[in-house]
Design a protein around this ligand. Structure first.
Ligand SMILES: [Zn+2]
Length: 264
């Protein structure tokens, strides 16, 4: 305070000081402005923020349009779950973290909101994981067990109407069986028929089995010939293919099965 008063007194006593102050301010301002716009970091940051804003805005519009649509809860769930933020969530965490939370809360709401029978208007009640098995087929229970599918069973109190809703499971190891159509078809073993060498390519066989109807299929895959790397030829022997193949743990021409495939 006292310093400020003495500075004002100084200005009154000597008007030249005013010019000095203005000059200092102008210099300071210009210097700051040019360094800000010349710095490539700030230019990247600026474009990153613009792109973030566009991507965030696009997802907000998409999610909102699904939420306000007139589709039923199940269709809304399917549309919302396909929105898939995926790796964008890591590239643009700031806007997408909040959108991801919104999407997740909506998915929960669509899946577990009270439902009513279209047949008689009575309220449905969701069966527990254990109690729902009475209403599912054997193959559907199997799909739930191997986590390729999830089923919600909604039943009215008097069991006059039953609604079974199907959702994707967490496991990506299974595909739909060509024979029975259930999502119970997966790899059970990989066998190396002959290893790849520096002179010739190798061969491996993958066996697939449907856990529901026992439909089987085998696939023969060519393992590319090993390549000699010019820089580290001695240490790279055999590793060029084993890292890209899940069958490396039981290589060496062994006929033993098991391993990388699916398990009960
Ligand atoms: Zn099958």
């Amino acid at each position: 305070m006292l310093a400020a008063v003495s500075r004002v007194e100084e200005i009154i006593d000597n008007p030249d000081v005013i010019d000095e102050i203005y000059a200092q301010n102008i210099n300071y301002y210009n210097e700051n402005e040019t360094s800000f716009f010349k710095n490539p970091f700030f230019i990247y940051l600026f474009f990153y923020l613009i792109v973030s804003l566009f991507i965030g805005g696009w997802f907000v519009i998409k999610a909102r349009s699904i939420d306000v649509s007139k589709e039923d809860l199940y269709d809304k769930y399917q549309d919302m779950s396909k929105l898939g933020l995926g790796c964008l969530l890591f590239l643009f965490p700031l806007p997408l973290y909040f959108i991801n939370r919104y999407v997740k809360s909506k998915l929960k709401l669509y899946r577990f909101s009270p439902r009513f029978s279209k047949k008689n208007g009575k309220q449905f009640y969701l069966k527990s994981e254990w109690a729902e098995n009475d209403f599912l087929e054997k193959a559907q229970i199997l799909e739930e067990k191997i986590k390729s599918k999830e089923y919600d069973v909604w039943v009215t109190e008097d069991e006059s109407d039953i609604l079974i809703l199907e959702y994707e499971g967490s496991s990506r190891k299974y595909t739909n069986c060509k024979q029975c159509r259930y999502k119970t078809f997966g790899r059970i073993s990989t066998k190396i028929i002959h290893k790849a060498t520096y002179d010739s390519s190798g061969e491996k066989r993958e066996d697939y089995l449907c856990k529901n109807c026992n439909y089987q299929e085998s696939k023969t895959i060519i393992i590319p010939r090993l390549e000699r790397s010019s820089s580290s030829s001695s240490s790279s022997g055999g590793s060029s293919w084993s890292s890209s193949s899940s069958s490396s743990s039981f290589g060496g021409g062994s006929s033993g099965g098991g391993g990388a495939g699916v398990s009960w």
